[in-house]
Design a protein around this ligand. Structure first.
Ligand code: MSP
Length: 632
C-alpha cells in the first residue's frame, strides 16, 4: 500500500475565505480522495496562518487582539471546508502550542548548523506580502509582485544564510525536474535562483504578533518561516510523538497558488536543507481565479463568496465547476453564466439524464436487476479509465474529468443507438442496460473525488456497494436492486435565474439606499426626544435557526427566540456572516418594527449591528442575558 501526503497553503486570517481559497482546498481534497480510493494511506492537511504583521494590523483596525481576530476567522474557514465536504485529516492553526514547539525545534537545528546570524537590515518592505524586496525591483514605491505600497524598514534582525544554499538548490532542481509543477514554473524558479540568493531576514522586532525568537524575545519570527513549518509541525515534528512525521514526510504535494511559489520552491527547501530534513516531492502551483475577467478585490466589491452558491446548488456542483472549468496551471474567470451553463450541460443533461433514463428503464423492464451484460462496453470503458488515471497522475483535474465526460456522452449515444426502449424486456435490451449500468458504476467511482455525494447516490441507486479503484471489478454483483432517484441535478432556467438575481440585486440596492438616506439624516443631527426613543422597543433575542435567503448574497433568514415567542427576522448581514456563525448567539433586536418583506420573505423585527467600512458588525452583551430581556 502506498502513502500520500498533500497540503494546502495555510490561509491568512485577516480575510474571509473566498472562491480562490475554496479552489485550492477543493483541488487538494480531490487528490486526497483519489489517493484514498487507490488504497493509499493518505494525509491531507490544511489550516490557518495566524501570525504576522498583516493579521496584527487588521486586528488593530478592528480594535481587537490578533488572537480574537484569528479565533473568529478560522471558524469561517473550518465551516466552509465542512460545507464543501473537505476531507482533511488535520487543521493546523499557527497559534497552537504544538506548532510553536515544532517551529522552535526547526530553528534550533538551523542555529546548530551555523546558518543563523544577527545583523541589521534596511530595505523596502511590503506589509501586504510580508516581504522585503530588493531596491531594484521597486517601481514607484510599489512592490513588484502586486503593486502594493512599500515602506523602508530598518531593524536589527536575525538572518538565515540563504545565499549558502544557491548552489545546493540549483543542484537539487537539476536532479528533480518535476519538483515544481507545471514545468514552466520550475524554469521561473531556476532563473530566479541562478541570479543568486541574498541572506534572508527571519525575525522582526517591529511587531510582536509572532513566535518569540528564543533567548531574544524582542524579536519574533518572520511569518513565512513560522508558516511554512506547519507542513511538518502538524505531523508532530519536534514533539514526543512524531509517528506521523516518520510515516508521511516527505510530503508528496504542496499545493499552492502561483503567487507564493518563491516561498515554497526556494525558502522552504533551503530551510529544510539547513535543518537536515528531506525535501518535499512536488510543489504544484495553480493559477488564479478572477471574476468576470477582473481580479477579485475588496475595493472592486467582486469577491465571490462560495457560501450562497453552495447553499443554492450544492457542494458537489460547486466543486465540479471549479475542477472542470480551467486547467490547473492557468488563470480562470468565474461568471454566474458559465456556472449555470456548465451545470446544465454537463450535470443536468449529460450525467443526470443518463442516470435517470437508465434507472427508469432498468426498473420498467427488469425490476431493477443488472445482469452480466455482453461485454460490449468493457474495452472502451477501461481505455477511458486508463486515460483518467494518467491525467490524475499528471495532476490534471480538468483533463481527468474531461475523459469521464467524453465517456458519459458516448454512453448516451450508445443508448440512442441500441434503443433499449424499442424492444422492452428483450435479450438485447437486457445487455444494453446492464452494460450501461456497469459503465455508469465505473463513471461514478471516477467522479467520486470531485463529487463524493453524487457518486455515492449513483452507486447506491444502481444497487452496488461502494468500491475503490483497488477492488473495482467490472463483473461485480448487485447487492440490491436498482431504484429510481429524484432528479440528481435539476436544470436551471437561465433566464429566470438571471431575472431573479437582478431582482435580488435591486432589492439589495434599495435596502442600501435606505441605509444611506437614514445616515444623511443622522449627519444632519436630527435630535429625538427621550419619549420618542422610548417608543422603540429593544429586546435581546437568541438566534435559534439561520439560513440564507435563496438568490441573495446578503440576506439571512433567522428564527429568533424572544422568550415569549419565536419570530422570523431577515437581515442583510450575509456577506459578512454565515448562518453557522449566528446560531446560538444572543443579540439586540428592534422588537416593535413594522413587519416587512425582504425579497419576498417576511421579516418581523430587526437585528442591530454596527458598521465598519460598510460591513455590518454584530453586537453582543458583556454578560449573559435571557432571551426577551428588555434593553433601554
Ligand atoms: N498565508 C500564506 C500562505 C502560507 S503557506 C505556508 C498566504 N495566505 S493567503 O490566504 O493569502 O493565500 C492562500 C492561498 O490562496 C494562496 O495559495 C493563494 O494563491 C490563494 N488565492 C488567493 N486568491 C486567489 C484567487 N483569486 N484565485 C486562486 N487562488 C488564490 O498566502
Amino acid at each position: 500500500m502506498g502513502k500520500f501526503y498533500i497540503s494546502t497553503p495555510i490561509y491568512y486570517v485577516n480575510d474571509n475565505p473566498h472562491l480562490g481559497h475554496a479552489y485550492c482546498t477543493i483541488v487538494a481534497d480531490f487528490f486526497a480522495r483519489y489517493h484514498r480510493l487507490l488504497g493509499d494511506e493518505t494525509f491531507f492537511l490544511t489550516g490557518t496562518d495566524e501570525h504576522g504583521q498583516k493579521v496584527q494590523k487588521s486586528a488593530e483596525k478592528e480594535e481587537i487582539t490578533p488572537k480574537e481576530l484569528a479565533d473568529r476567522v478560522f471558524v469561517r474557514y473550518r465551516d466552509l471546508w465542512n460545507k464543501l465536504d473537505i476531507s482533511n485529516n488535520d487543521f493546523i492553526r499557527t497559534t497552537e502550542e504544538r506548532h510553536k514547539k515544532g517551529v522552535i525545534a526547526i530553528l534550533k537545528k538551523m542555529v546548530e548548523k551555523g546558518d543563523i546570524f544577527k545583523d541589521a537590515y534596511e530595505g523596502p518592505y511590503c506589509v501586504s506580502c510580508e516581504s522585503f524586496f530588493p531596491e531594484k525591483d521597486i517601481v514607484d514605491g510599489k512592490c513588484p509582485d502586486f503593486g502594493h505600497p512599500v515602506t523602508i524598514l530598518r531593524e536589527e534582525s536575525y538572518f538565515f544564510k540563504l545565499s549558502k544554499y544557491t548552489e545546493p538548490l540549483l543542484k537539487f532542481y537539476n536532479e528533480y525536474h518535476d519538483f515544481v509543477l507545471p514545468e514552466s514554473r520550475m524554469n521561473e524558479v531556476k532563473t530566479f535562483v541562478e541570479m543568486g540568493l541574498k541572506d534572508l531576514s527571519i525575525t522582526r522586532s517591529s511587531i510582536n504578533w509572532g513566535i518569540p525568537f528564543p533567548e531574544d524575545e524582542k524579536h519574533v519570527l518572520y511569518v513565512w518561516l513560522d508558516a511554512l513549518s506547519n507542513y511538518i509541525t502538524a505531523l508532530g515534528y519536534g514533539s514526543s510523538d512524531d509517528t506521523l512525521f516518520k510515516k508521511f514526510w516527505p510530503c508528496d504535494v504542496h499545493l499552492i497558488g502561483k503567487d507564493i511559489l518563491r516561498f515554497h520552491a526556494i525558502y522552504w527547501p533551503a530551510f529544510l536543507m539547513s535543518a537536515e530534513i528531506p525535501l518535499p516531492k512536488h510543489i504544484l502551483g495553480h493559477g488564479w481565479w478572477m471574476k468576470d475577467q477582473n481580479k477579485m478585490s475588496k475595493s472592486l466589491g467582486n469577491i465571490v463568496d462560495p457560501n450562497p452558491l453552495v447553499d443554492e446548488f450544492s457542494s458537489d456542483v460547486f466543486r465540479y465547476f471549479l475542477l472542470r472549468e480551467k486547467p490547473i496551471g492557468s488563470d480562470g474567470s468565474f461568471s454566474d453564466e458559465a456556472f449555470i451553463d456548465r451545470l446544465n450541460a454537463d450535470l443536468a443533461n449529460d450525467l443526470g439524464n443518463l442516470t435517470s433514463r437508465l434507472l427508469a428503464l432498468l426498473e420498467q423492464q427488469f425490476e431493477g436487476k443488472v445482469f452480466e451484460g455482453d461485454g460490449s462496453l468493457m474495452e472502451s470503458a477501461f481505455k477511458q479509465y486508463e486515460e483518467y488515471h494518467k491525467a490524475m497522475e499528471n495532476f490534471s483535474p480538468k483533463e481527468s474529468l474531461e475523459t469521464v465526460w467524453a465517456f458519459i456522452s458516448s454512453l448516451n449515444k450508445f443508448l440512442v443507438l441500441r434503443e433499449p426502449w424499442a424492444n422492452p424486456n428483450s435479450e438485447s435490451s437486457k445487455n444494453t442496460l446492464s452494460e450501461v449500468a456497469r459503465a455508469l458504476r465505473m463513471v461514478a467511482l471516477q467522479i467520486a473525488p470531485a463529487m463524493p455525494r453524487s457518486a455515492g447516490t449513483i452507486i447506491n441507486s444502481l444497487g452496488f456497494k461502494p468500491s475503490t479503484f483497488k477492488d473495482f471489478l467490472w463483473e461485480e454483483k448487485q447487492t440490491t436492486r436498482a431504484y429510481r432517484i429524484s432528479n440528481l441535478f435539476p436544470r436551471v432556467d437561465k433566464k429566470e435565474y438571471f431575472q431573479n438575481l437582478k431582482k435580488g440585486e435591486k432589492m439589495e440596492e434599495k435596502e442600501d439606499s435606505k441605509v444611506i438616506e437614514s445616515k444623511e439624516e443622522v449627519r444632519g443631527e436630527e435630535r429625538v426626544s427621550i419619549d420618542y426613543f422610548r417608543k422603540i422597543q429593544l429586546k435581546a433575542g437568541k438566534i435559534i435557526e439561520a439560513e440564507r435567503v435563496p438568490k441573495s448574497n446578503k440576506l439571512i433568514k433567522m428564527i429568533v427566540d424572544f422568550g415569549s415567542e419565536n419570530r422570523q427576522i431577515v437581515a442583510g448581514i450575509g456577506k459578512k456572516y454565515s448562518p453557522e456563525d449566528l446560531i446560538g448567539k444572543i443579540c439586540p433586536f428592534v422588537f416593535n418594527l413594522e413587519p416587512a418583506k425582504l425579497m419576498g420573505v417576511e421579516s418581523n423585527g430587526m437585528i442591530l449591528a454596527g458598521n465598519l467600512d460598510g460591513e455590518p458588525i454584530l453586537l453582543q452583551f458583556l454578560e449573559e442575558v435571557p432571551p426577551g430581556a428588555k434593553i433601554s
